[in-house]
Design a protein around this ligand. Structure first.
Ligand code: R5P
Length: 283
């Protein structure tokens, strides 16, 4: 992993999140639980005190928004926190999803003892400029205290149709690798220390175009073995880890699933072996 030429504080915070394996290579399995900031009560996070507390100890880091952190997570758990600080939108207004602002201040993030902050950036949407400006402003503020900035390649309503082809409206000329490389590099250049993106075909161009550590979002819930498959392919393609939510906390057995994901990310297990680990732990 490329720690770059960052300050001592940022390097130390990166090292808290990205853990070394036996070969000294740094990877991470972050648990994304920030969904309610725009989804409301999300399946698996309706009452996070009941659902995610058993999973958190297995995560290298967690990424909640402020409400889940303050009201649902135990402050005695030492897992590093990357705090979601943007919002201003709701899934009930899908067409306005990209209209985000910085909601939670850097002072709040410091008080909550976060090691970093996360922000969505919506490239090629109506609010592209606004969300890049949010990132620049946040990076300037976070930089004063050596807090890390995790920049998320967010897909708004229009891009979701192109990327995922929801409702059969996929754009066959759309090249996800090219888009995610483009978006991720802009996010890096405007101040992110970690880029969160989606795994896709032709991922080589995404990896090549982005020099900061990359973590992969999980996306909508898919069968456990399929989620392990794309995790394996992403690690093979050179990403530093995952920031996975629904494919862990909505899994049939979330505690088993996070350990199976970790076996790929940290221990170089194959998909078959990781699925075996999942099934064994399920018992
Ligand atoms: C979305 O904006 C949030 O940042 C989620 O944390 C992100 O999508 C990762 O979660 P999932 O693995 O469920 O996609």
């Amino acid at each position: 992993m490329n720690f770059g030429q960052l300050s001592w504080g940022k390097t130390n915070r990166l090292a808290q999140i990205f853990r070394p394996n036996k070969k000294g290579e740094h990877h991470t399995v972050m648990l994304a639980v920030d969904h309610p900031y725009f989804y409301g009560p999300t399946t698996g996070l309706i009452d996070p005190r009941k659902t995610i507390l058993p999973i958190v100890p297995y995560a290298d880091a967690i990424s909640p928004a402020k409400g889940t952190l303050e009201y649902c997570l135990d402050p005695l758990i030492p897992t590093p926190v990357i705090l979601r600080v943007t919002g201003g939108n709701s899934i009930l207004r899908r067409e306005e999803l990209s209209d985000e602002h910085i909601i939670t201040s850097i002072e709040e993030a410091l008080k909550l003892n976060a090691v970093g902050v996360s922000i969505s950036v919506y490239i090629d949407t109506e609010h592209q400029s606004q969300t890049i400006k949010n990132l620049g402003k946040l990076a300037n503020e976070a930089g004063k205290y050596d807090l890390l900035v995790l920049g998320i390649t967010a897909v708004g309503a229009k891009l979701e149709e192109k990327v995922k082809g929801e409702g059969g409206k996929g754009d066959k000329d759309f090249d996800p690798g090219k888009y995610f490389a483009h978006a991720g590099r802009i996010i890096q250049e405007n101040g992110a220390n970690i880029v969160k993106t989606y795994f896709c075909e032709n991922f080589e161009q995404v990896r090549e175009g982005i020099q900061v550590p990359i973590v992969i979002a999980g996306g909508k819930k898919i069968p456990e073995k399929d989620a392990l498959e794309f995790t394996f392919r992403a690690i093979q393609a050179g990403v530093e880890g995952v920031d996975m939510g629904r494919n862990i906390f909505q899994a049939d057995k979330p505690v088993a699933m996070i350990q199976a994901v970790k076996s790929i990310v940290h221990e170089e297990k194959t998909v078959e072996k990781a699925f075996e680990i999942y099934n064994d732990l399920k018992q």
